[in-house]
Design a binder for this molecule. Structure first.
Ligand code: GRF
Length: 231
């Protein structure tokens, strides 16, 4: 895994907007950190990238809570190592998507979350969640949207034979993998790629653009929009 990441990082990529060297820390350290809630279903490497960007002073934010739906995932270990509370909301225990989302909203509000980051959250979300955080939920997806929506984006890119794919950070809307695009990064598809090697190359870029997108949102997030109810 590590070697995939190392070799993938040496392959040219294109990021929009251009961030050729590290992140652009756009929010002033004097501003209070943006309070993030992160939703994850798997490895949590994007959670880790966000935590590292905060630690490195490249992102003026604070991770309030990790919500996860699959017991035993690596994301929980990562949260523990960063001292972030991890809350299990197992979707198998809810009979409707709306019921799960209601529970998610309750936890996010309990932890005073301002922005929600779906970082490998493999559940379809409903207006119950989306309307509780209007224009304050973002998602990372492993393709250049609108191509290859859904859970098998990397495999579909390989099957289709595209020569360039990538990843997208976008605001979340009720339709899956839609919503205004914030940042994209493109990577080449190599002739001998497998889903694993291609995904590893895409994830190198995910780990750049997701913290960057949050930094941009934090910079544009006025006090009013961070506290829309005026509290
Ligand atoms: C990422 O590739 C993301 O684009 C997709 O799920 C994957 C999560 O990876 N939605 P990780 O759990 O952050 O390592």
């Amino acid at each position: 895994m590590t070697s995939h990441l190392a070799s993938a990082d040496s392959i040219p990529s294109l990021v929009s907007p251009a961030i050729s060297h590290g992140l652009i820390a756009e929010s002033s350290p004097a501003d209070s950190p943006v309070k993030l809630g992160i939703l994850a279903s798997g490895s949590g490497s994007n959670f880790e990238a966000i935590a590292q960007a905060i630690k490195d002073g490249k992102l003026n934010a604070q991770i309030q809570v990790l919500i996860y739906n699959n017991p035993g995932i690596k994301a929980v270990e990562r949260a523990e190592s960063w001292g972030v509370p991890a809350v299990l909301l197992n979707h198998r225990e809810y009979n409707r998507r709306e019921a799960l989302d209601t529970a998610i909203v309750q936890v996010l509000q309990q932890y005073e979350v301002e922005w929600v980051v779906m970082a490998g959250w493999m559940r379809i979300v409903t207006p119950v969640l989306i309307d509780a955080f209007p224009d304050r939920i973002i998602n990372i997806h492993p393709s250049l949207l609108p191509s290859f929506k859904g859970a098998h984006a990397v495999e579909q890119a390989l099957e289709t034979g595209v020569k360039i794919t990538g990843c997208t950070v976008h605001l979340v809307r009720p339709e899956v993998d839609s919503g205004p695009i914030l940042i994209q990064a493109a990577v080449p598809v190599l002739p001998d790629d497998t889903p694993e090697t291609l995904h590893a190359r895409i994830q190198v870029q995910e780990h750049r653009i997701l913290p960057q997108a949050i930094a941009q949102l934090a910079a544009t997030s006025t006090l009013a929009s961070r506290h829309p109810s005026g509290d």
